[in-house]
Design a protein around this ligand. Structure first.
Ligand code: CA
Length: 455
């Protein structure tokens, strides 16, 4: 497991003044990685510090930081950086922390170098933090799985495998996009209006978001060689926020018998930052406390580390702002808040299960948690849960099948064109500085006109 050390010291401050602001997501105790592009320097690897980015690629090039893979880092190859050993990762974190700390003069007192090495976050173009070779989406919230199951099988919401297998499906890496890019409403086959009828084809009417957390793989494994549960943490590199945009009507028609396909693959938004496992060390917590009536995980998914500190205490929230709210100056409203610690499976269990058949993982592979919902209504991480599949039945006063009311008088069952969805996340613990995840943001733009759909 990852231990706390001097880089987590609450008293540590930086000569980058904005990093000492109590409200920043990126104090010197965080140091999340990102990749960015500028007209001058091209593609680079950076680290968030206050409202700035430390250009790690440039610092390596100028000898201010050292790694065993300097050439790759200089050229923005994040995947190579993700593959270095846990020991070397810790050394790099410590050296970045020293370089940015209040009393270190190397950059602080060199205005020319400092100007080159620090970039305002709002001045760069963020790109995906690494090349994601393979993307897998899990279904690890028992609260989400129970809610969704209840809508279709009220008497038997959870299928018998759920408490034994971290359920997942292979997603699509090509349509991963970074926060801030618009998401086009997808077009597809829509369920028949009547049983036995033919489906329609047109823009999705039931567009939803799913609040998820992404886990990046660090060093991979060879084909045929599973990752044991007590080594899984060493193969995790860090976490991000994920919006698994979902077309519920396409999904309903296509999902049997092989699961989600085009309902999920039109876009998945990632926050630009990777908060490393090292940074998360103070915020680990026990795995989900299963009710005594639930089975224990099979032995290949159990070890003391994952039981006692395999969870992550990460607070998450969803905000929404419609186009009309923007026009009228209304800020985003909070839709829900939940916590990653409520997942039924730990990240290590998901990774170990994924590799248990010998499937090989590579540095930069991404797996998402599945919608992070909690036990209460205000902790439901998608609209389908919040409005209890609002479109299926007419709203019934006094029940949960009611639309969301927006301050403009608008109502929502699912997303309308122009709606912007924003996810945020932060970790807090007594005795430690709070660290944030930045934002995962995307606005819905209208589907292409039919004339464009065939060209
Ligand atoms: Ca999902």
């Amino acid at each position: 497991m990852y231990e706390t050390n001097e880089t987590h010291d609450r008293g540590l401050t930086s000569w980058v003044e904005s990093a000492n602001d109590s409200q920043t997501d990126f104090p010197i105790q965080n140091l999340p990685f990102c990749r960015f592009r500028t007209l001058i320097s091209g593609l680079g690897i950076g680290v968030g510090i206050g409202d700035q980015i430390l250009d790690v690629s440039l610092c390596v090039k100028e000898g201010l930081l050292r790694t065993s893979i300097d050439h790759a880092v200089i050229h923005g190859n994040m995947n190579a950086l993700m593959e270095i050993s846990v020991t070397e990762r810790a050394e790099l974190r410590a050296s970045i922390s020293r370089l940015l700390s209040e009393n270190n003069t190397a950059l602080r007192d060199n205005p020319m170098a400092r100007q080159r090495a620090l970039l305002a976050q709002d001045s760069v173009e963020f790109v995906l933090p690494c090349t994601v070779g393979d993307y897998t989406d899990f279904y690890a919230s028992v609260f989400h799985a129970t809610n969704i199951g209840s809508m279709f099988r009220p008497d038997n919401p959870l299928l018998p495998n759920y408490k034994y297998i971290p359920i997942g499906y292979h997603g699509r890496g090509s349509s991963l996009i970074v926060s801030g890019h618009d998401v086009r409403r997808p077009v597809g086959q829509l369920p028949p209006a009547q049983d036995g009828g033919a489906p329609g084809f047109g823009p999705c009417k039931l567009l939803d978001y799913e609040l998820e957390v992404g886990m990046y793989v660090g060093r991979g494994n060879r084909l045929g060689e599973p990752i044991p549960i007590n080594e899984a943490e060493d193969h995790l590199f860090g976490l991000c926020l994920v919006n698994d945009w979902s077309a519920r009507d396409l999904q309903r028609w296509e999902y049997q018998p092989l699961g989600p396909f085009l309902a999920k693959s039109f876009a998945t938004t990632l926050s630009p930052w990777i908060v490393t496992m090292e940074a998360l060390a103070p915020f680990r917590c026990p795995a989900f406390q299963r009710p005594s009536s639930d089975p224990q995980p099979l032995p290949y998914l159990l070890c003391d580390n994952t039981t006692h500190s395999g969870g992550v205490d990460l607070n998450l929230e969803v905000l929404l702002q419609s186009a009309k709210m923007k026009e009228t100056g209304e800020g985003p409203i909070k839709m829900s808040s939940s916590n990653l610690r409520d997942l039924y499976w730990t990240p290590a269990q998901m990774l170990t299960h994924h590799s248990s058949n010998g499937c090989n993982m590579s540095a930069g592979d991404l797996f998402a948690s599945g919608t992070v919902s909690g036990p209460t209504r205000s902790a439901r991480g998608c609209l389908m849960e919040l409005t209890w599949d609002g479109e299926l039945d007419n709203p019934v006063p006094g029940t949960e099948r009611t639309p969301i009311q927006l301050p403009t008088g608008e109502q929502r069952k699912f997303l309308a064109d122009g709606d912007e969805v924003i996810f945020r996340g932060a970790c807090s613990a007594d005795g430690f500085r709070t660290i944030g995840f930045g934002e995962c943001r995307g606005a819905v733009v209208p589907a292409l006109e039919p004339a464009h759909q065939t060209t």
